[in-house]
Design a protein around this ligand. Structure first.
Ligand code: ADP
Length: 266
């Protein structure tokens, strides 16, 4: 067994891909996360469900340090994305270090967040070229591979405004994959889509899951959760209420709050 020390960058680490303990997050006086414990194993598809306002998006954003936690610890691949720990105390990392840590985490947002002034190919190659300094030809070749993977080979020269919502989201997934992330975070990736476009995005995500990607997916798509998730976490009121296999949580929930939510959602 290998156990990498927090600050030892070179040693292999075989623990969970995500481990969060006792995470608290406040916005002003509003306490949004109230002691979240959460773990995702390598290769696992972890679906997070729960009522609107329960803190799912906030927690996802804490994982890659887009939001700073007020208390608790979150490790991605054994490393704290936003802090260095010395003798148990947290010291905030410089922005450049946070960015470097964040490179290994792909994120897909509800509203796509594509760069509107760049075409599809430029959207996908921007980070590999700008951040990783990958030569243009190599970045382009990889972008074409990824476009093929999301079924949009013919859209390389299109601009986001010329694409449907489903196509935009598939491009956003390709763009995230271009950085070869270890972990993909999906924040309600199909919520902004017309119903007939949801399937094409879920299909790309299913393929990604089959390819072994570690994924945390906040979604209201219960069918996807049932079919693809290894674990389902139900959050309510800033806490994890229940967690287990889709069979356990969706078909045989133990907690009343989970049952009430599912009765409305399914
Ligand atoms: P969910 O994803 O479960 O719907 P969110 O994490 O989006 O929940 O939101 C939880 C609560 O936190 C909401 O009441 C929301 O208004 C609030 N919130 C989220 N981000 C901010 C912010 N940047 N500033 C203030 N309040 C916020």
């Amino acid at each position: 067994m290998f156990r990498r020390h927090e600050n030892d960058r070179d040693a292999p680490y075989d623990g969970p891909m995500v481990k969060a303990t006792g995470v608290f997050k406040r916005f002003g006086s509003l306490e949004i996360l109230r002691g979240v414990d959460f773990e995702v194993q390598r290769g696992e598809v972890s679906v997070v469900i729960g009522p609107s306002g329960s803190g799912k998006t906030t927690f996802l954003r804490c994982i890659n340090h887009l939001e700073k936690v007020n208390a608790g610890r979150i490790y991605v691949d054994g490393k704290n994305v936003g802090y260095r720990e010395v003798d148990g105390r947290l010291h905030e990392l410089r922005d450049a270090e946070v960015c470097r840590n964040r490179e290994q985490i792909g994120m897909v947002f509800q509203n796509f967040n594509l760069f509107p002034h760049m075409n599809v190919l430029e959207n996908i190659t921007e980070a590999p070229r700008g951040v990783r300094r990958i030569p243009a030809a190599q970045a382009k070749a990889r972008a074409h591979e990824l476009l093929d993977r999301v079924g949009l080979s013919d859209k390389a020269k299109a601009y986001p405004a010329q694409l449907s919502g489903g196509q935009k989201q598939r491009i956003a997934i390709a763009r995230a994959l271009a950085m070869d992330p270890k972990l993909m975070l999906f924040d309600e990736p199909t919520s902004a889509l017309d119903p007939e476009l949801v399937g094409e995005v879920l299909n790309v995500m299913k393929q990604l899951a089959r390819d072994g990607m570690t994924m945390v997916v906040v979604t209201h798509e219960m069918g996807f959760a049932k079919e693809v998730a290894d674990t389902v976490t139900f959050m309510s009121n800033g806490k994890v209420v229940e967690r287990g296999t889709p069979q356990e949580v969706l078909s045989n929930p133990q907690e009343e709050r989970t049952r009430a939510f599912l009765a409305r959602a399914m």
